[in-house]
Design a protein around this ligand. Structure first.
Ligand code: UN1
Length: 537
């Protein structure tokens, strides 16, 4: 446990985030930045919530730990185990900051955002290493995660000079008609651990550029990444209270945020079960809610496909990030004419993947996020084999040199899976690929769509007509041709059909719809009463 002295010596103190004379965060008042606690030698450090520009412990004084999933002995830090009282304080700070932030011209908000993107880029290596240490993904992918944050920050900085509405002819003479976007108010942002920089950045940059203030509740598995991110946002010049961080559990922090009558919009990425619960709570308050939930993404490989290309794409999509992406490929739908050859090559590749700490450059596959994920994934392998699938490679917890203290699971391939088997229907969120054999495109398209989810899909074919049919037929928010199911770029809409979400999209300019209200404005300069629908007939 830390007292306030230890707390203050480690965390950024209030000086750098005090309001300047203009009421706007004044960067000249900042103090020298201490070395981030993660880089300091000695004992694990304590981190608080970031509320109204100050780092504060949870009001209850309670904390929780974050540990390295590749090595459970590596304690990263102690974090505020917050509750409804801390959420209320953060919401109050966001409310106080709202009037000045929403009235700041959007291009000015964009300048701060641009500065944030640049700082994130400068700190890419530091954040990437902290990310690999905290959630396990291999360092190259962690750098990609931070880069995704940089990309969306620059995109949203540019939106500060767009945020377009429409001007349109009125049906009446001498009357002006236009629509403009307005911020909604306070945005509650609830994010997962698998993209601990990119996803908070997608959500927060979109909310902020539109003029909302935010309260971020990061996953309990990655509070350190969130603290480092928010620290950079403060340094970039977002005024106090515009970005607030509250760490803790979903029940103690996430739910009070969703229930708060003062939080106007919630954006959540996570499990379908939690998403459904949030939807019920938000609905009772008529609160806007953007959900990004599960996936059961398929790659279809046709008989005419370039199999070398397909093998690379499948291995990357199924086992990259240890299968812990919403977009990960967990179903391979393969034409029976090439199935044996493809599956044989995949099994060889899977067996050759090197497991280990993501900080070692030669590691291909890092650990799962925690011990319960190992149990869950192992349980699904059993479910699959009980349903009649053949285990082609992997199938159990990985042990061996350097793996004993981590949550490692072997890359796993199950062959002979039927479309409605549980391992073909339920999200496993681990390195498990279910192979379903089909005869031809029609059956492949049916199987690809035979799921309640609809995030990402892909087809490998050399036939242009087949590729276009898949682009038309696959019921997913993202479709790839001759590429795997992962790797969405930030300037296109990201999100899924069916039960992957509730119709919203993130990233791209589509994200602005989540965080703005439309206002339609009519200006009659005729100097007389003109009645719409009546006086123009
Ligand atoms: C996620 O797993 O929730 O397309 C996000 C991708 C990444 C984002 C994944 N750019 O795989």
């Amino acid at each position: 446990m830390w007292g306030m002295r230890g707390f203050k010596s480690v965390l950024r103190n209030g000086g750098r985030s005090r309001r300047g004379p203009t009421g706007i965060y004044n960067r000249r008042m900042t103090q020298a930045i201490e070395r981030p606690p993660s880089e300091q030698a000695g004992e694990a450090q304590a981190y608080g919530n970031f509320i109204g520009g100050e780092w504060r412990p949870a009001q209850s004084g309670r904390t929780f730990e974050s540990r390295n999933p590749a090595d459970g002995d590596d304690l990263i830090g102690h974090f505020a185990a917050s509750d409804a009282a801390d959420v209320a304080a953060a919401v109050r700070a966001a409310e106080d900051a709202l009037p000045a932030w929403r009235s700041m011209p959007a291009p000015k908000r964009g300048e701060i955002m641009y500065h944030f993107g640049a700082l994130l880029g400068e700190n890419k290596e530091r954040l990437a290493r902290a990310m690999t240490r905290e959630m396990g993904k291999v360092i190259a992918e962690a750098r990609g995660d931070v880069q995704e944050g940089v990309d969306i920050a620059y995109l949203m900085a540019g939106e500060g000079r767009r945020l377009f509405g429409d001007t349109t002819p009125s049906e009446l003479p001498s009357k002006w008609a236009m629509s403009v976007r307005e911020p909604i108010g306070i945005a509650g942002i609830i994010t997962p651990w698998n993209f601990p920089v990119a996803i908070p950045c997608w959500k927060m940059t979109a909310a902020l550029i539109c003029g909302n203030t935010v309260v971020l509740k990061p996953a309990s598995d990655t509070p350190h990444c969130a603290a480092l991110l928010v620290e950079l946002m403060a340094e970039a010049g977002f005024p106090p209270g515009v970005v607030n961080l509250v760490t803790g559990s979903g029940a103690d922090v996430g739910m009070p945020l969703v229930d708060s009558p003062d939080v106007d919009v919630i954006s959540f990425t996570g499990s379908s079960d939690t998403g459904r619960e949030l939807a019920g709570r938000a609905a009772r308050r008529l609160k806007r809610l953007s959900l990004e939930l599960g996936g059961k993404n398929a790659i279809a490989v046709m008989a005419d496909a370039d199999l070398d290309l397909a093998v690379d794409g499948i291995v990357w999509s199924a086992f990259g990030t240890t299968g812990q992406r919403c977009t990960a490929c967990s179903r391979l739908v393969v034409d029976e004419n090439v199935a044996d050859e493809l599956v044989g090559r995949l099994a060889d590749r899977a067996a050759g993947l090197r497991l280990g700490s993501g900080l070692e450059v030669e590691t291909d596959v890092g650990p799962l996020i925690n011990a319960s994920a190992v149990e869950k994934v192992g349980g699904y392998v059993e479910v699959g084999t009980d349903e009649g699938a053949r285990l082609l490679s992997g199938g159990s917890r990985a042990e061996g040199d350097g793996l004993a203290r981590g949550n490692f699971f072997q890359p796993t391939i199950l062959d002979g899976v039927k479309p409605m088997d549980r391992v073909a229907q339920e999200e496993i969120f681990g390195p498990v690929l279910s192979v379903i054999r089909v005869s031809g495109y029609e059956e492949a398209a049916t199987v690809v769509n035979q799921t309640r989810y609809g995030l990402s899909s892909s087809i490998y074919t050399r036939d242009t007509n087949t590729a276009f049919r898949a682009m038309r037929d696959f019921r997913t928010g993202i479709v790839y041709v001759n590429a795997g199911t992962i790797g969405a770029e930030t300037h296109l809409p990201f999100g899924g059909m069916k039960q992957t979400g509730n119709g919203h999209r993130e990233a791209g300019h589509a994200a602005l719809d989540t965080f703005t209200e439309w206002k339609s404005i009519y200006v009659d300069y005729s100097g007389r009463l003109q009645r719409a629908q009546i006086d123009n007939q």
